[in-house]
Design a binder for this molecule. Structure first.
Ligand code: DGL
Length: 281
C-alpha cells in the first residue's frame, strides 16, 4: 500500500499522477488540514507532524511513503529516512516491525524534487521563476539544486501568498483566485521568466488561473509526474510492484475507481470533495 501525505489536500495533485501510473495499487492519503499551512511553521514543528503521520501510515499498512509536500520534504525527509528507513539499525527495525504488526522492518520515503533542473534546461530568456512556500525556499534541498542546476540562469523566487488557503477552501478560479495569483506571479513575469516551477503541491490546483495570467508563452512545470515516475522506479527496484504495473500492455482495467483510504486531521468532507472533483477531471 502506498502512503501519501501533505499538509492538506495539495498532495492530491501528486496522488493523481501516481494513480495514473499505478491504477491497481492500494493507497492511503493523509491530509493534515488541521495543521495547514506548513509553509510558515518552524522546521521542528513540521518534523513533529511528519513523524506522527508516518507512524499512522505505517500502522495502517503503508509499504512506502510519498511525502507529497515540498515543505515537509525540505524540513523532514532526512529525519524520516534516518528514523524509519534503515532496517540495519536495530531500534528502527524493532519500532517499524512493532508499528506494522510484523509486516515490515522499514519503509522508504519519496520526496518532492524542486524542478529547477528541467526549468533551467527549458528557459530561452535565461530567467526562471520558482513559486513555493517560505519553508521550501529556505530549505537546503532547494538551495542545493538551485546552485547545481541553475548556473548562469537567473532564478526569481516568490512565495505563492494565499495560494494554499485558497486551494484548501476549494477556490481555484474566479476573481479572488486571479487577484491572489497575479500578485505573486507578476514579479516573476516582470523579471522575464518564461518558465515557472510550481514548488508546492497545492499550486497545481490553480494551474488554470496561473496559465491565464502567465499567458501562452510561459511554461509551467508541475514536478508531480517526475515524482510519480521516481516512486514507480523505487517500488519496482524493491519488488513492491506486480509485473503488470511496469508493463502498460498488461494492466487491467480498474474501472477508474481508485482503491484509496482518505484521512484528514481537519474536515474530512473537504478532502472527500477535493478528491471527487479531482477524480472527475
Ligand atoms: N503543499 C505543501 C507544499 O508542497 C505545503 C503548503 C503549506 O502547507 O504551506 O509545500
Amino acid at each position: 500500500m502506498i502512503g501519501i501525505f501533505d499538509s492538506g489536500i495539495g498532495g492530491l495533485s501528486v496522488f493523481r499522477e501516481v494513480y495514473r501510473m499505478l491504477p491497481e495499487e492500494s493507497y492511503i492519503y493523509f491530509a493534515d488540514s488541521a495543521h495547514c499551512p506548513y509553509g510558515e511553521k518552524s522546521r521542528e514543528y513540521v518534523i513533529g507532524r511528519a513523524r506522527e503521520i508516518t507512524e499512522f501510515l505505517i500502522k495502517e499498512g503503508a509499504d512506502i511513503i510519498t511525502v507529497a509536500c515540498n515543505t515537509a520534504t525540505a524540513a523532514a525527509i532526512a529525519t524520516l529516512r534516518e528514523e524509519y528507513s534503515d532496517p540495519l539499525k536495530h531500534e528502527t527495525a524493532r519500532r517499524v516491525l512493532e508499528m506494522s504488526g510484523g509486516a515490515r522492518d522499514h519503509v522508504k520515503f519519496i520526496g518532492m524534487e524542486p524542478a529547477v533542473k528541467p526549468a533551467a534546461e527549458m528557459t530561452r530568456t535565461g530567467v526562471i521563476g520558482v513559486l513555493a512556500t517560505a519553508g521550501t525556499l529556505s530549505g537546503m534541498k532547494y538551495r542545493t539544486s538551485r546552485e547545481m542546476f541553475a548556473k548562469g540562469i537567473k532564478v526569481v523566487e516568490h512565495v505563492g501568498s494565499g495560494f494554499v488557503e485558497l486551494v484548501e477552501q476549494g477556490i481555484t478560479e474566479g476573481k479572488k483566485a486571479e487577484d491572489t495569483v497575479e500578485k505573486s506571479i507578476r514579479p516573476l513575469l516582470d523579471a522575464g521568466a518564461d518558465v515557472i516551477v510550481l514548488g508546492c503541491t497545492h499550486y497545481p490546483f490553480l494551474m488554470g488561473t496561473i496559465r491565464k495570467i502567465a499567458g501562452p508563452h510561459v511554461r509551467i512545470i508541475d514536478p508531480a509526474p517526475a515524482v510519480a515516475r521516481h516512486l514507480m522506479e523505487v517500488m519496482s527496484g524493491d519488488g513492491l510492484l506486480p509485473k503488470t504495473a511496469t508493463d502498460p500492455a498488461g494492466r487491467q482495467d480498474v474501472n477508474g475507481i481508485p482503491d484509496v483510504k482518505l484521512y484528514s486531521s481537519g474536515n474530512p468532507r473537504t478532502l472527500e470533495e477535493a478528491f471527487n472533483k479531482l477524480i472527475r477531471n
